[in-house]
Design a protein around this ligand. Structure first.
Ligand code: AMP
Length: 282
């Protein structure tokens, strides 16, 4: 497995693959790799001749400095996981390489980034769009893989790729969960085992709402109440938002119609913030 820390070396290698007629896929991550990341990498390995994983904890997308400083950094373990999976190249630039002194240009996403995470985490998606642009420029992939767990991030990236004519195919990958339903996240490691048990209720609330949807309920207020009843059983969980919206614009709706509709939730356990979502389906 090749390991690159400089964008020009990464780009030269990627261009060489293309010159050899090989397709390339990129899986951007912030490291501390878990089975959710592995699932993205495995899909990429099936789709592409060459797979590049990027590991970079992006300071620009953290609106909370503590969250940034506490973010797990496990470079040796991540390298081994990528090697074992058969990844072709790992791109892991230093913060100084990514944002040298004098760096000042940002990518500003539009209205799809404004609600939900955009309200709770000001500038988060500007940081995401900026780093992903830089990662795409360095890795020059044909395809890039993103998890549905971060559904608004996926939408922001899809919009950016279209708006900027990047010519990269964005592939979405379903959320990988623990057997009890908790969506895997690098932040789960910061939960106590008691909090981890209780955090499985996040998905149970979403499922309860979807059961009601299957039984014919279409009003957002009723569906949200059903999830909130589940969340009321875990008083230590602080719900930051619970929202229902259509997948194409992320604007909250009062009633579900014919379009693909999503329920998303952000929950705090102590100082750890978790997000999850479900698409309403019969
Ligand atoms: P992160 O390292 O948290 O920035 O995530 C890197 C990529 O992995 C993003 O596209 C995430 O959406 C995706 N991802 C994170 N957790 C999961 C999960 N549990 N299932 C599927 N994809 C995930």
């Amino acid at each position: 497995m090749k390991i690159f820390v400089q964008p020009d070396e990464m780009r030269d290698w990627s261009r060489q693959q293309r010159a050899n007629g090989l397709s390339t896929g990129c899986v951007p991550t912030m490291g501390a790799l878990h089975e959710g990341h592995v699932s993205l990498i495995e899909v990429a390995l099936r789709d592409c001749d060459r797979v590049i994983v990027t590991v970079f904890v992006n300071s620009l997308q953290f609106n909370n400095p503590d969250d940034y400083f506490n973010y797990p950094q496990l470079m040796d373990a991540d390298t081994q996981i990528c090697r074992d999976l058969g990844v072709d190249a790992l791109y892991c630039p230093s913060p100084q390489t990514m944002y040298p002194s004098g760096f000042e240009t940002h990518v500003l996403p539009g209205p799809i980034s404004f609600p939900l995470e955009g309200v709770c985490r000001p500038d988060h998606f500007t940081g995401v769009a900026t780093v992903v642009t830089k990662l795409f420029n360095a890795t020059q992939p044909d395809r890039a893989y993103f998890g549905l767990k971060d559904i608004q991030q996926l939408a922001v990236i899809e919009r950016m790729v279209t708006d900027f004519d990047l010519g990269i195919k964005i592939i979405s990958v379903p959320t990988v969960r623990q057997p009890d339903g908790l969506a895997l996240s690098s932040r789960n490691d910061r939960l106590t085992s008691d909090q981890k048990d209780k955090a499985s209720m996040i998905y149970r609330g979403l499922q309860a709402a979807n059961e009601s949807f299957k039984n014919g309920e279409r009003m957002s207020s009723a569906l949200k109440s059903i999830a909130n009843e589940v969340y009321a059983k875990i008083p230590e969980a602080r719900i930051e938002y619970i929202e229902i919206f259509e997948a194409h614009n992320f604007i909250p709706i009062a009633e579900i119609g014919v379009n693909r509709s999503i329920m998303a939730v952000a929950v705090w356990f102590g100082d750890v913030r978790l997000i999850d979502n479900i698409e309403f389906a019969m």
